[in-house]
Design a protein around this ligand. Structure first.
Ligand SMILES: Nc1ncnc2c1ncn2[C@@H]1O[C@H](COP(=O)(O)OP(=O)(O)OP(=O)(O)O)[C@@H](O)[C@H]1O
Length: 386
């Protein structure tokens, strides 16, 4: 394997970064045409995994991309900015996941579910998955590259957002989460790190690593998410449903409007106690409409939380803080947030923290796959090894 030194900059082939590439990729049956939004859905609003048109199958593998920069890191690997070789020169984000780590942390089903969900969703405020494939040691998700930075990054720069800006962002998140819920999917990890801004200033929801498909009768019992954004019912292990996403939205809204988290500090246990017991305090500079929405979303009792009543997400959409929002126009991106990140072209990484973009492109060496995994191809949904 060619090991690059930390001062390597510029464009690299995957062969340089990850070592020699095994033969030509086999057919990936799960290819989704990169800019193809004709991803059919069932007429009744629910989604189905498609049996794809044979013409749309394509051979795509690691050697079809050049690595440009590191743009993020998750629990199981790094996210790279990559460019598709050849005429199109399209820029993508490639999430590279170590199989060993996934197996070690017992996350195989989560990763499969992340892939399945990303394959079937199609919404203006949800990041698009273009290809998935695997090598012996890694799994790959090739997503649209979203280069306005994390909402978290912009929040750090701004301190807090004015209500009119926070309103458009929140409405776009409500639209995306409502779409997920209507299609039987809970996100379960809403936080500003998982919300990216497009170059056009609109929201892009990402990271479906904890998302779960549900039906209205099931409640999940897993303790998941990021503690600061975790709903009380998750902490109490009482079982949770989609109302937990609305709690996380409440925390996010609080953070956008006030510039800090409502529950923070102390060790994990203390933080959990605060979430379960403490009352939230809202500053007087917030309009009464904003206060009312935050309080409604941060109801400790999930059955009383806004969005949990018989009208579901319409309770949130028709809340008076959103009075000026025309939801149809919003979803057509006809309502422009009054902040647009500076983006100088589709390769621009100015809105991504230096911590990532200055990082060496060398990936940590992969350890051997477990023999059972090698034999069985337990990630067969990702196709054959390429
Ligand atoms: N499509 C994208 N475009 C640009 N940057 C992205 C994209 N997807 C992910 N990133 C960056 O990489 C980071 C990590 O990605 P992601 O959250 O999907 O990984 P993860 O392994 O699921 O993370 P976690 O361990 O936090 O769940 C994101 O916070 C974001 O900054």
């Amino acid at each position: 394997m060619v090991v690059l030194t930390s001062d390597c900059v510029g464009i690299h082939n995957f062969a340089d970064v990850f070592g020699p590439i095994p033969v030509r990729p086999s057919i990936d049956p799960y290819f989704r045409g990169s800019k193809d939004s004709n991803y059919p859905k069932k007429g009744n609003g629910s989604l189905e995994v498609l049996s794809l048109d044979l013409d749309k199958k394509s051979c795509v593998g690691v050697e079809d991309f050049e690595v440009l920069k590191v743009v993020g890191r998750g629990s199981f690997g790094k996210v790279f900015q990559v460019r598709r070789k050849g005429s199109s020169n399209e820029v993508y984000a490639m999430k590279v996941i170590s199989k060993d780590k996934v197996i070690e942390k017992n996350h195989v089903e989560y990763i499969k579910s992340e892939r399945e969900i990303l394959m079937i969703v199609d919404h203006p405020f949800i990041v698009k998955l273009n290809y998935t494939f695997q090598t012996k040691y890694r799994l790959y998700f090739v997503l649209d590259f979203v280069n306005g930075g994390q909402l978290f990054f912009q929040l750090l720069q701004h301190g807090l957002f004015r209500e009119d800006l926070a309103r458009v962002y929140t409405a776009e998140i409500v639209s995306a989460v409502s779409y997920l819920h209507k299609n039987g999917i809970m996100h379960r990890d809403l936080k500003p790190e998982n919300i990216l801004l497009g170059a056009d200033g609109h929201i892009m929801l990402t990271d479906f690593g904890l998302a779960k498909q549900f039906d209205d009768t099931t409640r999940s019992n897993s303790l998941c998410g990021t503690t600061e954004y975790m709903a009380p019912e998750i902490i109490l292990g009482k079982g949770h449903n989609k109302a937990a996403d609305w709690w996380s939205l409440g925390i996010l809204l609080y953070e956008m409007l006030i510039g800090k988290l409502p529950f923070s500090g102390g060790n994990r246990y203390k933080l959990q106690q605060k979430i379960v017991k403490d009352k939230i305090k809202l500053p007087t500079f917030l309009t009464s409409e904003a206060q009312s929405l935050v309080k409604g979303l941060l109801m400790k009792n999930p059955s009383k939380r806004l969005g949990s009543g018989p009208r579901g997400e319409d309770e949130i959409k028709s809340h008076r803080w959103f009075k000026c929002i025309n939801w149809k126009k919003l979803e057509n991106k006809e309502i422009q947030p009054n902040f647009r990140p500076f983006v100088g072209g589709n390769e621009c990484v100015l809105n991504i923290a230096d911590e990532w973009t200055k990082m060496s492109l060398v990936d940590s060496p992969a350890t051997s796959p477990r023999s059972s995994e090698e034999k069985e191809n337990i990630f067969e949904e990702f196709g054959n090894f390429v």
